[in-house]
Design a protein. Sequence first.
Lengths: 336, 336
Amino acid sequence: MKRPVSLKDLAQELGVSVSTVSRALKNSAEVSDAMKEKVKKLAKERKYRPNPFAVSLLKNSPRIIGIIVPDIATYYYSSIISAINQVAIGEGYSTIIASSDETYEVEKQCVENLINFRVEGILACVSQQTSDFSHFDLLSDQNIPLVFFDRVGLSEKNSCVITDNVESAQKATIHLLENGSKRIGFIGGANHLNIVKLRKHGYLQALRDYKMPIDKDLVVCKEIGYELGYEAASQLLSQPNPADAFLCLSESLAFGALKAIRDKGLHIPNDIALIGYIDEIHANYVLPPLSAMTHQTSKMGETAFNLLLKQINGSSKIEKKVVPCVLTVRGSTVKG
Amino acid sequence: MKRPVSLKDLAQELGVSVSTVSRALKNSAEVSDAMKEKVKKLAKERKYRPNPFAVSLLKNSPRIIGIIVPDIATYYYSSIISAINQVAIGEGYSTIIASSDETYEVEKQCVENLINFRVEGILACVSQQTSDFSHFDLLSDQNIPLVFFDRVGLSEKNSCVITDNVESAQKATIHLLENGSKRIGFIGGANHLNIVKLRKHGYLQALRDYKMPIDKDLVVCKEIGYELGYEAASQLLSQPNPADAFLCLSESLAFGALKAIRDKGLHIPNDIALIGYIDEIHANYVLPPLSAMTHQTSKMGETAFNLLLKQINGSSKIEKKVVPCVLTVRGSTVKG
DNA sequence: TTGAAAGCGCTACCAT
DNA sequence: ATGGTAGCGCTTTCAA
């Protein structure tokens, strides 16, 4: 294992001082053009690379930000990460991605690791399990800016980017109501999750606005997942007075519900309409294609990074930005 | 912006030397218990964190590896990344994830960035565009180990982890042949891609083994994508002598083909059987659920990391590991 | 225009 | 058991 080439090595070989080499490589005005050329030539020959640790040690700004998501292998998160990466690189930042696997303990560890790494800032989406946010206080102790996205922690203390949970659920519900649905089942996740609370609120609001009766039996909030979607939908379909539409809070729930509908031999959208928070790609995989509320992931990522960058550059203003979902009507919701 | 707490700060406050503090925090045997306790207490109070850059500067091993994938927002890659992350963390490594967006230029840049970062090693899956691999030579110049996975570059010079492309395609084809299919269409991607070449080879091999006629019109290799899958399948279905089964090389191709089949009003699997390289989650979203060759992503990630770790620890043996795909038979392939 | 030297935070070696 | 010191690679100030 041989040591990488250093400034000193170049300086020795050229018989000049380290400072001169350093300046030459930086195109400093106070070094002769001849010298610059000589130095650069040798640097290229010897495949010199500046040591980022020496620089970071000196400047204490490694130009790295950390990203914490509940699960990388979920399209929603990976596409947000992808968007963040793109803007980050454009600003000269690298990212370190940490996955909490939806668990509180791992999330705590992620925060620790990123602090130890001396990242300049963190973008975080909290895990489903997390209800105590004190591990994020460690960040303010170290003066590391933090911006939440999607699922937010303490919104009074940190900037965040969220979607229009209430409004999007309200719009989706209204869309169903205005297209022939009368008994809309709400299939959500754990009740303590913010997105569940907020979207349920939007759903109920729409029902009230349209003077529709509210039936608690039409609301099923357990966990998020394909199996749970199947169960919830089966339950809602086998009631004495069954649902004639579903609003599903996630892709897995929606596809689980879809299977339940098929197993009952029901027709979409006439027997039962179906809409969910699904991305464009997957909504089109099935027949009929599913109407969906879709997250603008690249806009979310970009917005979150820009908020963080502002804080890194000294702003202490706490901002809350909303990136709305987009409703795309496909074949699954308009009763004919 | 105040400077983080350093060893020196602690030493000054305690009126002892930096060395003592350093030793105390490391639980060195040659420091008194009383001192250890004092130091640790203060360190906690002042929220001291060791500066990783100082350590890396000294040891020249930042315990970071780089991962280059064509696209983070693809389930296949994100689940491999997820697996790599898990084993890496277990070994005390962090990861930096870079996405080439399937382009040669960006991939080159990713390699540059990771080198500048002084990562201890790189795991890479090359982009679709890449046919010149010279940018990876920069790594050997810097003595940075490189292991390819899935899509491999120069397999003579680097270790790699691949799937059993030939065999899996062969098995899939045989599965179709043994379950009533006679004219199997092959829907692939760009011909210069290794996975396309190899899988096509497996497909042809199976046909030969089963003494089936080989019809060039049944092979469509353009690009990978939903639209392309739709077009290819439409084409294969509207021939005078149409296909009665499809083998699709990717999820998007398979779902594109599925749409084409539905648009023609054909029945799966009796009119046309369908199998593809699809992951478990999505294969179950549709009706009928799709038979699939599925990658063992977590095994791939783990294997790749372990190969890299060996090299980081000094091994220079070039190894090639195969992680086979798994065939799962669902409703789309057995003609009745 | 160039060089010498200090110092970023830490570890390790050599003293005592 | 503790302290002093050198040095990792680099930038920057001061001197020449």
